[in-house]
Design a protein around this ligand. Structure first.
Ligand code: FAD
Length: 552
């Protein structure tokens, strides 16, 4: 994926410019490009650096929204969840969940059974993955360390785990493959406005300092919790439509918190839903989330002591013998939900997760809210809205219908994945590395194997996270990683699952990136330092300072 250069686009008018490279903007760019429209996708930081790498990492129907009678939302999300199993099988893993029932919970076994039956039907796959109810004895056989006090039993059902950052990066790459022009670190700092109408964006390249105007027939604001900030670039707009809520997760070791299945339970404090979930990566469990209104700067959102105390209380109520404390926490992350429609007095967790598409007076098309799971639907609705408003001005007056439900995402072609698996085996790639490549890059794992064939040194492991130079090169050359943080947080995603965030190998990663990006040794030091700060910002115990020396 080639990074959009501001020098190359002077004089071009795009059909659509999308502001924001989270899952929403990436999905819109993919949809529009696949329909044959000319599209530019601009991200001010890195792809998925906002909410889209800080979710609960579930592709799910949203079982709990049945409680709020949001049947349409749940049916749609279940359908999309099933679609991801076909479109991105490397990033979608079916997992059993246990919905625990304790005395005092609002739902009875009868009501839960009914809810799970509806969930089965909405998933469209009620035969293969149907739910069943568990009594207390069977629940404790499955999860012997659970708190037995007041336990009634539970409901066994299925949902899907993903890697949200990688899902966003693969969606972005798919948009690029379909013809979209894409750039990270390109911040929209103004709107081109003529006669009260928006005709493009003013952009600053945060890596080079270059500035440019990009003209477009339609500008789509998909900037998540920044949506009001981008709207306010339009003359005369100052009202706030969004009220973000913060969600925090903590990560602990399974050996400290012995849980075999993902469970759905309620906080003893306020009866909110919290999920402890065994992670896809390693012997870890992550627990989340909190849900509190957030007023600060979106860029600075992190877990506070209050957030951690809340989650530790839930964890210690769930498995009392665990006696978890701050010293057990491997890592944390915090994200902001871009939610509309909060009313005074309504709890953060009760605000609707539905998305909203609305047009500003100057013609800016805004979209926010919704879920990672439903981003594809949000995207086709947004592109449909853009076509209704601006279709007759687009260079392509006869765009194709939406086909995003048919083509696998980048790396998601099932035959390609099994071919890559065979190749990795036949080339004797160590199994920990092969597994990591297949689960992160799908069929593109083959390209990493090709790098190793050309240069066996590219298989040299750096540190304990099975990071190799081949992976670093792939991230820079094919996935637009431009900083050490981009690599560790949103390409390799080890940031979330290692207490030191993989810092052990940061010097090696920086040295590898330097070869491709022309960094000086001072820049390598700065890059590693920036990443170290980011890791420390999201940990509650000191991070080890040891790094592995770079091989010359
Ligand atoms: P973002 O990912 O925030 O992307 C917006 C992007 O716009 C950012 O990258 C930002 O840098 C960029 N931007 C902002 N201003 C500018 C500018 N001026 N110029 C250029 N770029 C700009 N959904 C699920 O389906 N499953 C879950 O398990 C789940 N769990 C969640 C848990 C939590 C704690 C939270 C907070 C959300 C969860 N969600 C979940 C919801 C889901 O994560 C979000 O709806 C989704 O990620 C939002 O994506 P987005 O693209 O709209 O926003």
């Amino acid at each position: 994926m080639k990074r959009l250069s501001l020098a190359d686009i002077s004089g071009i008018t795009f059909d659509i410019v999308v502001v924001g490279g989270g899952i929403t903007g990436a999905s819109i760019a993919r949809d529009a490009a696949m329909r044959g429209l000319t599209v530019a996708l601009l991200e001010k930081d890195d792809f998925a650096s906002g909410t889209s790498s800080r979710s609960t990492k579930l592709l799910h129907g949203g079982l709990r929204y049945l409680e709020q009678y949001e049947f349409k939302l749940v049916r749609e999300a279940c359908r999309e969840r099933e679609l991801f199993l076909r479109l991105a099988p490397h990033l979608a893993e079916i997992r059993p969940f246990i919905y625990l029932l304790y005395r005092g919970y609002p739902e009875s076994p009868l009501l839960l059974n009914l809810g799970l039956t509806i969930y089965d039907i909405f998933s469209g796959n009620p035969i293969q993955r149907h739910h069943h109810m568990l009594n207390a004895k069977r629940t404790l056989e499955l999860e012997p360390d659970l708190n037995p006090d007041q336990l009634i039993g539970g409901g066994w059902y299925y949902d899907v785990l993903t890697n949200d950052a990688r899902l966003t990066v693969e969606t972005t790459k798919s948009a690029g493959e379909a013809g979209a022009s894409i750039g990270n670190y390109l911040e929209v700092v103004g709107l081109v406005q003529e006669s009260g109408k928006v005709h493009g964006v003013e952009v600053t390249d945060r890596l080079t300092g270059a500035q440019a105007v990009i003209r477009a027939k339609c500008v789509i604001n998909a900037s998540g919790v920044w949506v009001d900030r981008v709207r306010a670039l339009e003359n005369g707009i100052s009202d706030l439509r969004l009220r973000p809520t913060k969600g925090v997760h903590i990560v602990v070791r399974k050996s400290d918190f012995p849980l075999q299945h993902a469970v759905f339970l309620r906080s003893p404090k306020d009866r909110r839903v919290v999920w402890p979930i065994p992670a896809l990566d390693g012997d870890l469990v992550y627990i989340g989330t909190t849900d509190t209104f957030y007023e600060g700067k979106p860029e600075e959102v992190t877990a506070t002591q209050q957030d951690i105390d809340y989650l530790l209380e839930v964890a210690n109520h769930t498995i009392p013998d665990a006696k978890l404390s701050y010293g057990h926490i491997v890592g944390t992350w915090a994200g902001l939900r871009p939610l509309f429609g909060a009313k005074p007095g309504v709890a953060a967790s009760s605000v609707s997760r539905e998305h909203e598409i609305f047009v500003s007076p100057g013609g800016l098309v805004n979209i926010a809210g919704g879920k990672l799971t439903t981003a594809r639907v949000m995207a086709f609705q947004t592109v449909d809205a853009a076509l209704r408003l601006y279709g007759d001005t687009f260079a392509n007056r006869h765009p194709k219908p939406c086909t995003t439900d048919q083509k696998p995402l980048c790396g998601g072609d099932a035959e390609g994945i099994s071919a890559a698996k065979q190749t990795l085996q036949s080339r004797h790639i160590p199994s920990a590395i092969a597994q990591r490549w297949l689960s992160h890059y799908g069929s593109n794992a083959l390209r990493l194997a090709e790098t190793v064939s050309a240069d066996p040194g590219a298989l040299q492991e750096m540190g304990s996270a099975a990071i190799t130079p081949a992976e670093v090169r792939f991230a820079v050359e094919n996935e637009m990683a431009r900083t050490v943080s981009d690599f560790f947080i949103r390409r390799a995603t080890v940031f979330f699952w290692h207490h030191d965030g993989g810092l052990q190998s940061a010097d090696g990663v920086a040295a590898e990136m330097a070869k491709l990006l022309g960094w000086s040794s001072a820049e390598c030091t700065r890059q590693v330092q920036n990443y170290r700060q980011e890791v420390e910002h999201n940990r509650f115990t000191p991070v080890s300072a040891t790094t592995i020396p770079v091989a010359k």
